[in-house]
Design a protein around this ligand. Sequence first.
Ligand code: ATP
Length: 364
Amino acid sequence: MNSGYQIAVLPGDGIGPEVVNEAIKVLELLKKLDSSLNIEFETFDWSSEYYLEHGHIMPPNGLEKLKEYDAILFGAIGDHRVSDEVTIWQLIMPIRKQLQQYINFRPVKLLKGVSSPLKNGHDIDFVIIRENAEGEYSNSGGRLYHGAEEEIAVQNTIITRLGTAKCANYAFEYAEKHGKRKVTSATKSNAIIHSMKLWDEVVDEVSGNYSSISLESYYIDALAAYFVSKPAEFDVVVASNLFGDILSDLGSAVVGGLGLSPSANINPEGDFPSMFEPVHGSAPDIAGKGIANPIAQIWSAALMLEYLGREDLGALIVESIEQVLLSREVRTPDLGGTSTTSEMGTAICDAIHQKLLREKVDKL
Ligand code: ATP
């Protein structure tokens, strides 16, 4: 079915390596059970520990190295001994920006077997398409008069016609391809009158090319409230970098928490590898205890397989995750259980195994 995929694996810090182990366990199992899945992994130990040892968080040719792969499976990065300026601005941001992963894709789906903390939390199933390369997360700006009473900080938001159009196009195309009815745009053009007005204009222009899909725009404050009061009404939400980031964590919370939320940083043209990672961070409070929920990471690996053209295997992983959650026998502490990270990974592997065996028997 394919000539083989080369995957760069970056486990990172904290719970990153613990949950990545489980995702690799699942991928290795699939490789064993499905001879048409030809996938190889190479692990890179770029992390805060690596930074403390080498003085840089990835080697000078790190980005060039990553370009040799078909995709990147990323765990999490963040450690109290190393500043965020290093972990974010010398690792995450360069990967996202230099590899032109300008779409951040985040499913917000209430899995079977999970309860939403919301009373009206049924049938939640939408995606957030977040602009991932510009917007509020630009390093344009500066500070003057450090420590003085007159100190000034300027942080520029970069919204471009092209960047917004590419993001909006991706959202509408996704909606069209997946039979969705509408795209919801997050804005704040009543108060942020330059950059967000351009965002609104461009999203509106793009929507004109998709007659079967409606566009609605909400101010971000109202939209945050609607995520809580009517979460089942969304199909595809498109947002700038900062708004999308905040909405994603809120989205995770309404469908059961960070341990269940995957994401993809996508270069839609395929000129560079895309990167798949859980929404959560390195969770230093539970790192090393073996109790992190690996589902977000395993689901991120499923998104990776879908992106690589194996929608069948991606769907198989998600169905198997749901089967384990429905059985309620294996649950990590974030879901109210006492199971370990590894027990959860193994249960998902067992469910995959059973499903594939059943399929083979059905075909006899
Ligand atoms: P970072 O600085 O790396 O972002 P953080 O602790 O600020 O770390 P997260 O890592 O996202 O942010 O964690 C937020 C909370 O969610 C923590 O209490 C953490 O234990 C919990 N959490 C995050 N991921 C998981 C997971 N996979 N399983 C269980 N709990 C998790």
